[in-house]
Write a protein that binds this ligand. Sequence first.
Ligand code: PMP
Length: 360
Amino acid sequence: MGRVYNFNPGPSTLPLSALEKAQAEFTDYKGTGLSVLEMSHRSKEFEAILADTQNLLRELIGIPENYKILFLGGGASLQFAMLAMNFIPQGGSADYVVTGEWAKRAFKEANIVAKGRAAASSEDKNFSYLPQPASWDLAPDAAYVHITSNNTIFGTQYRTFPDLKGKFLVCDMSSDILSRRFDINRFAMIYAGAQKNLGPAGVTVVILRDDLAATAREGLPTMLSYATHIKNNSLYNTPPCFSIYIMQLTLQWAKEIGGLTAIEKVNRDKAELLYSAIDGSDGFYRGTVAPDSRSWMNVPIRLATEELEAAFIAEAKNQGMIGLKGHRSVGGLRVSMYNAMPLAGIEKLVKFMKQFKASH
Ligand code: PMP
């Protein structure tokens, strides 16, 4: 079987060139006689992989020198707790914009280890819209303000980010990092599990500005302290070496195809194509999200009945398009189209959507 179009929400499709490069180097990495899987994380070869991966991220996103780039284990989910442990001072609190399941989990973890305040929430309408920054009820002394740039399950995405003037803005960018240009200077910290736009599961990227890092609490368990990982350049313990290596290859691909400007264009084109197919279907396909909050990465779609939705998913699979089942909290279909999904994948899907509508 040839490769399918993989619309899974994560882990998700990776650039074929990155997979092929890894395959070519799999048993003998650059004449070392061993695989990256077998290599010491203290070897000069691995240190070069780590440095190049950091440099590529810095270059692609335009990350200034006053931010550290860390590669950690534990998924984005560990960041939910680690962030609050490090940066909410004793007796203090942080503000959370609660826009979906992952934002809710971040908020929940903050309340386990410290105190989180909900500054805004869209749960009243099943997270189908985004509360805009003007409506956020921010506490004057919040340790930071936490947002989720793209809500993977509900399919909403902030198009722009506010300038919070001196407040620390922290963002879970797991499902849309590297998908478009943005001003990094708005953020004091960004974190992202790699398994959508950056590479495979197993590594989480943390981009942390020095001024926020300086506020970290002391006395935390060693592995849960950002200071440990900053001081040791993500090599305090054994990092997820192979995941970092595949991320390096994924970032090389991102650079080769033209960086964020080119990637943003393709992502916009894919989104326009899919949303116009939904909007032009006379209600056969129904978006679940307020039009001004629509995501370019994840698109939930409902059909008239669950039977029709199941038939769509099964027939699409027969045609080599997989991973289209929606999350149970929204139901229906969800099209996840991260960077490595080519425009041709969405063209094929849209063509199929038209055929399916005609035959049902
Ligand atoms: N945040 C967002 C926006 C996500 O989409 C996900 C995973 N789908 C997570 C956090 C959790 O990531 P992980 O599985 O790496 O802990």
